[in-house]
Design a protein around this ligand. Structure first.
Ligand code: G4P
Length: 279
């Protein structure tokens, strides 16, 4: 992180530890499900992961696609596809596309499956694991895949346990310990996007900074939605906009409360379905 953000609880040790833990588990699986948040498809993707996964077969799962901007979803999907990565957009709450994950995994691994068959190896379920930053939707997706509530086992120091597999169907097993990635936010924009999406605590950055950033972004990309949501003139500056909102809503008494309102409205998709990263 550049600038004055030493209050962010991050240090390189976190990253090294996460990397080591994922590398250990990687040996156990055939395919990795890399979860990224469709609302922040750049900011929620840890760039370190390419080094860790190397040539391991992988499926990028863009979670919360129901909350993000549909047009941008398509652009990001095409972008990662172009890089040679398989991508699927999912809504783990209503289940959109979740059933396609298993057939897609078989498709990605079809050469390996065929190789094993030719070598006379007995067929066994594909082994997979989920990785992603906090709050990206790892537990929610696992539960939807399994069709019932399964508690994910976190990485608790000092707790040794046998690796556990959750049977997804006769062809696919999932490691119940997700790889928790530390978000990488050495760009200011990324830190703000992660705070807005709920991946990092929002107290780590001043509300005024996050609020101003969001408002500027909305004015640029979601002007009409913003005007409609609050009944305001969006050509005003951010503080004038807050004054307007305060006049309209008696319960909002300060600029910070106003920024907070806009942030909560973003998180609850009350303004529009918004994607915060642009290609
Ligand atoms: P994690 O294991 O990666 O940490 O994430 P988790 O599954 O706990 O999901 C974090 C939040 O995101 C949960 O909301 C969950 O319901 C929501 N979520 C996950 N996947 C989807 C999706 O595809 N669509 C939508 N709309 N929501 C999704 P929560 O329990 O309300 O937590 P919070 O948002 O209050 O933190």
């Amino acid at each position: 992180m550049n600038e004055n953000n030493t209050n962010i609880n991050w240090y390189p040790g976190h990253m090294a530890k996460a990397k080591r833990e994922i590398e250990e588990k990687l040996k156990l699986v055939d395919i990795v499900y890399e979860l990224i948040d469709a609302r922040v498809p750049y900011s929620s993707k840890n760039p370190m992961i390419d080094d860790v996964l190397k040539n391991k077969p992988r499926l990028i799962i863009m979670t919360k696609c129901d909350m993000a901007d549909e047009k941008e979803n398509k652009k990001w999907e095409a972008y990662y596809n172009k890089k040679g990565l398989s991508v699927i957009l999912v809504d783990s709450i209503d289940g959109y596309n979740v059933k396609k994950i298993v057939p897609l995994s078989k498709e990605i691994l079809k050469e390996k499956i065929e190789r094993d068959r030719l070598r006379g190896l007995k067929p066994r379920p594909i082994r997979s694991m989920i990785i992603g930053i906090p709050n990206v939707g790892k537990s929610t997706l696992l539960n939807k895949l399994v069709g019932k509530k399964v508690a994910l086992v976190g990485n608790k120091p000092g707790v040794t346990k046998a690796q556990q597999w959750v049977r997804l169907n006769k062809d696919l097993d999932l490691l119940d310990t997700p790889g928790v990635l530390w978000p990488k936010f050495d760009e200011k924009k990324v830190a703000i996007n992660l705070a807005l999406s709920g991946a990092i605590r929002d107290e780590v950055l001043p509300i005024e900074e996050i609020g101003n950033y969001l408002l500027d972004y909305l004015k640029k990309y979601y002007k009409d939605d913003l005007a409609k949501a609050y009944g305001i003139d969006v050509s005003l500056d951010n503080y004038e906009i807050c004054d307007e909102i305060m006049k309209k809503r008696g319960n909002i008494k300060s600029t910070d409360e106003c920024f907070n309102l806009i942030i909560q409205d973003f998180r609850n998709c009350r303004i529009a379905n918004i994607t915060l990263d642009r290609l």
